[in-house]
Design a protein. Structure first.
Length: 81
């Protein structure tokens, strides 16, 4: 369901300022499924999941983590930082 984590400039700004990470996900994935999979996969707490299908026909999930779970820590584990 989760394909990749985006490491663009915008995604980095969101990570630092709003405690968010951006994932490319399957088009058929729902917000609840995305939240459940990320929480189980990385053992983190998520507050919100927003999705968007871009002009490139890829579905992106903007995941906001709780204050107890810094997105920078997860990005470091994933090798983005």
């Amino acid at each position: 369901m989760i394909k990749t984590v985006l490491a663009t400039e915008k995604a980095t700004r969101l990570m630092e300022s709003e405690n968010k990470l951006v994932f490319v996900v399957d088009k058929k994935a729902t917000k609840k499924e995305i939240k459940k999979e990320i929480e189980e996969m990385f053992n983190v707490k998520i507050e919100h999941v927003n999705t968007m299908i871009g002009s490139d026909a890829k579905k992106k999930a903007y995941v906001t983590f709780s204050d107890n779970t810094p997105a920078i820590d997860l990005a470091t584990k994933l090798g983005l930082m």
